[in-house]
Design a protein around this ligand. Sequence first.
Ligand code: NOJ
Length: 672
Amino acid sequence: MLNIFKIISVLLVLCGSGRLAASEMITSPNGVLTLVVGADKEGAFYQVNRSDEQVIAPSKLGFLLKSGKNFSKGLTVANAEILDFDQTWELPWGERQYVRNNFRELLVTFAGGADTLRVQFRLYDDGLGFRYIFPDSIAGDEITSERTEFNFSGPGTAWWIEARLSNRYEYLYKETPIEAVSMAHTPISFRLDSGTHVSLHEAALVNYSGMSVRHTQGRKFTADLAPNAKGSKVTLGAGHTSPWRTIQISGDAKGLIMSDLILNLNEPNKLGDVSWVKPGKYVGIWWGMHLGINTWGSGPKHGATTSEVKRYIDFAAKYGFSGVLVEGWNIGWDGDWFNNGAIFSFTKPYPDFDIAELTRYSKEKGVPIIGHHETSGNVGNYESQMEAAFDLYEKMGVTKVKTGYVADAGDIDRMTEDGTPVKEFHDGQFMSNHHIRVLLAAAKRKISINSHEPIKDTGLRRTYPNWLSREGARGMEYSAWGTPGNPPSHTVILPFTRMLSGPMDFTPGIFDLEIADLKPGNRVESTIAKQLAYYVVLYSPIQMAADLPKNYEANLAPFQFIRDVPTDWAESIALTAEIGEHVTFARKDRNSEAWYIGSITGDNARTVNLPLDFLNKGQRYRAEIYVDGEGADWKTNPYAIDIISREVSQSDHLILNLASGGGAAVRLVPIK
Ligand code: NOJ
């Protein structure tokens, strides 16, 4: 492993006259990005250029405190330290095995406010991150507003979802001019008219409130932190830092989806040996609830019965899946579970779910149950049972738990220390800490977590590798729920927005796309080949085969791809990318020499021409191609699929015709 950590210089920059300079400038390792940080009469600011293009015009830094202490105006640059860093580190699981972390850092100390304020910038070739290092003198104070700005120099288009609406992150993305954004969740992504692509987000959201970006004037945004129950934003402690504010910048859309900047800005693994964290594929007692065939609650349609769980375990064992998700096994689902979070028990099963027998059966078949903790947003109730809940699952041999926080934004229930019930946001400071409490309690029992209705991902899987996946956007379930479902464009926007933050448990693999007899009028707006392509395109280390077992057993030929595709990769390469139009990934299996390709399009049918130059030279491969067939179209003919096998090598191109709402999935296996 390469590890060069070299401090270039520690500078106190003096002008000829001996006065402190107004600004500092650094360039990224290969020189493509330039960062200027300084202070003028309006306060501290930064600015970013990519080659000759000014991308971010001077933008303010700073924050306001409840005490009235000032960290915005009247600041000067008192000190600046620069260091170069170049290290390659290993991901225990991920889109690639090795990640290069190569940046130039500028640590600026501003003086003149209530105390000195340090701002740490890390400039990469594909963007930057910066964070505030708060002085200990303000421990106990509260941030009432963060003033960080993102001021775009030129016009462009934004893809975004509105922040602080009731459904959290579960909205269809809007595509508008920059000036038409109101307040957006991050990641929010931009294609500037110059062709430069930018995405705003944050990394390492710990003990702080999530940041949305509010459009103020022109093309300027300001940070807007999720409020807390006290009416402020963040309570500060000693040694407090903000999360990293991130700006990913690239010449094209491929550059955005190849960037490891968010992960690089997170702390290394704090859990030690995590060989017990296992990627994999799972099935579950789940889609039936969303289709209305089963219920979470007790009664004649109860899904999580002993016999039904056994049937799923048998199916998983037969077809090589490593887990069965079981929702609705525990007391609390009867009645209005959305509003009754206080009555969930996380240890008491319904009488028709036999814990002892299912523990025995799942061990015998070698297929662990994937646990489920739906809190309905009552985090107080959950935290009071959490240790016992994970103890029970540990005894049952459960190694993965899906958590759920179904509640409107701002409607998380908890108790204060003096027992007063209060409400919080899913992305507030309290919840940023709650999720880490869950990860640590789970890690003690070698359990990994997949959170639904989560706080957004900010790369914390690097620090806590048992945070396997999460939802945090509209997943497959929206296709079962009615109008509007997920239109074909949704999944060609997600890779450039939500998925820049990390893995998503989208739950692909629906083969009965019309669900006609169950949900008349509802559609999964996709072809069958696109469903297969999702396993490669929409990265997650755990992938569900979400449909009912009978729909797979009736379609064993396309099902073979789901059985074959791995969920842990040695390498990932973006082959085609245009936000809202199409995206293609090639990924290499971490445990074999096979490569996989997933290619998807939105509404427009298109032909993609994919060079196979990433394959090993001199090696021949068998390409197993699953592509939209003649006349395929998500609306009129979603099931037309061609399954073709042919030999290819590194010098070949694959030319694939994708239907409207369609896609292609390819497995490339070396020929011995
Ligand atoms: C919403 C989740 O996204 C879904 O996967 C789950 O089945 C329900 N909540 C119940 O927990």
